[in-house]
Design a protein around this ligand. Structure first.
Ligand code: SOE
Length: 403
């Protein structure tokens, strides 16, 4: 049962409780700290409480990241009357339980991606979110790369018809942090906590971007997953990207994919190809997307995230070519709130934009984007990739997408 939301008035802060404080918690914290200092928001976010499992580490995180207080029980955060927003930055295995409890307690929810570890979990979350929306309680999923100004500009170009009919979507998300076989078995390599590997962690971003940019949905998928290093040392301490969980000596089994390749067809007949890998030696956080349409194309690479390369196919061939747009003009999405032209933005700004948009939407009483339904649509694509991979890469329909 979702209770109706007492709307925050401009005189009242928007009180936030964040669950989890590791890498994504740190990224969200900086965004909660800065969003209202750069964007005109009708309410000021107040970083009231952060929640973690270990008292000492959570207290340190609260101090370092700027939270007023800390607790070790997420149920306590969700149950508090003085919290308006619950920001979920925990591994995917806990998203369902926390998000549903928070929405049912009348809290707006921002949940890290991927929305859940399984389609049934994501479906349950989307159902509760839809019910909550009816009484003005909003839920959103944190696909932060939608908020790269160059990506937002590319979307505007597609919406305005500048690319014509979209024929190809080509997307890669490449990292290399697992190349070393001695890298420990952190939670992201365990199916019970992470759901899947490169597929869900970073493949989810490019699936969301493909659908967001084009407005089209993948309906059919063929894919292959692989795990190149199947045993890894159990972790000690807090290596990069972990939540600090400890293990005993010895080796453990990697239960998720290291890399995913897949391709699909959209509901409007475009062909899309995807690659997500943690074994792309030399590629640290490389997101590359190219879209080709009947009138033009664009390409983007996160390693040069302030640039968008656009080809206008209506220009006579002799003068045509990809133009590099430096996306730092005040007219460009989000940029007017930042620095003068040419003073580029970075990774952290994508989260600041995410929080600013979320606060603007919930205080205006409208659905923030992406919704849990959007998160569910991505989850269904990920599930189709897994099914296809198990079945010799056979074409697999994306459930609920009308293939
Ligand atoms: C780790 O692979 C990670 O932090 C992802 O979880 C994020 O979503 C990605 O943007 C950066 O890399």
């Amino acid at each position: 049962m979702v209770t109706s939301k007492r709307l925050s008035s401009p005189s009242r802060p928007l009180a936030v409780g964040m669950i989890g404080y590791a890498s994504m918690g740190a990224a969200h914290s900086q965004a909660w700290r800065t969003a209202h200092r750069f964007f005109d928001l009708p309410v000021v976010p107040e970083m009231r409480v952060v929640c973690g499992r270990t008292p000492g580490a959570t207290a340190d995180a609260a101090h370092k990241l700027g939270w007023q207080s800390w607790v070790t029980s997420w149920q306590e955060v969700v149950g508090r009357d003085d919290i308006d927003v619950v920001d979920i930055c925990t591994p995917g295995g806990s998203h369902l339980e926390i998000a549903v409890a928070a929405l049912e307690a009348g809290k707006h929810v921002l949940c890290e991606k991927p929305l859940a570890n399984t389609v049934p979990d994501a479906e349950a979350m989307a159902v509760v979110a839809a019910r909550a929306a009816e009484v003005g309680v909003w839920a959103s999923v944190g696909f932060n790369y939608r908020r790269v100004p160059a990506i937002a500009l590319a979307r505007q170009l597609i919406e305005a018809g500048r690319l014509g009919r979209v024929r190809h979507i080509r997307a890669q998300y490449l990292q290399d942090w697992l190349v070393d076989p001695d890298y420990p078995l952190v939670w992201r390599l365990r199916k019970d906590e992470a759901g899947s590997g490169a597929l869900g962690d970073i493949g989810s971003h490019i699936v969301d971007l493909a659908q967001f940019l084009t407005g089209q949905h993948l309906v059919q998928i063929s894919g292959a997953l692989d795990t190149f290093v199947t045993q890894r040392p159990l972790p000690h301490g807090s290596p990069t990207w972990t939540d600090g969980s400890e293990g005993s000596d010895g080796m453990g089994e990697v239960t998720v994919d290291d890399a995913a390749v897949f391709f699909g067809r959209t509901d409007e007949g475009a062909l899309a190809t995807f690659e997500a890998s943690r074994f792309a030696t030399g590629r640290k956080n490389s997101i590359r997307i190219e879209v080709n349409g009947s009138r033009g194309s664009f390409w983007f690479d996160f390693e040069s995230m302030n640039e968008l390369h656009v080809y206008d196919g209506t220009v006579p061939a002799a003068q045509a070519g990809f133009r590099r747009i430096l996306v730092t003009e005040a007219e460009h999405p989000y940029i007017g709130s930042w620095w003068p032209p040419g003073h580029g933005l970075g990774y952290e700004h994508t989260f600041t934009h995410e929080i600013a948009d979320f606060v603007l939407d919930v205080s205006a009483g409208r659905q923030p984007s992406p919704s849990f339904a959007d998160g569910l649509a991505v989850q269904r694509v990920l599930a189709a990739v897994e099914t296809s991979s198990r079945n010799a890469s056979r074409w697999t329909p994306v459930q609920g997408a009308g293939a």
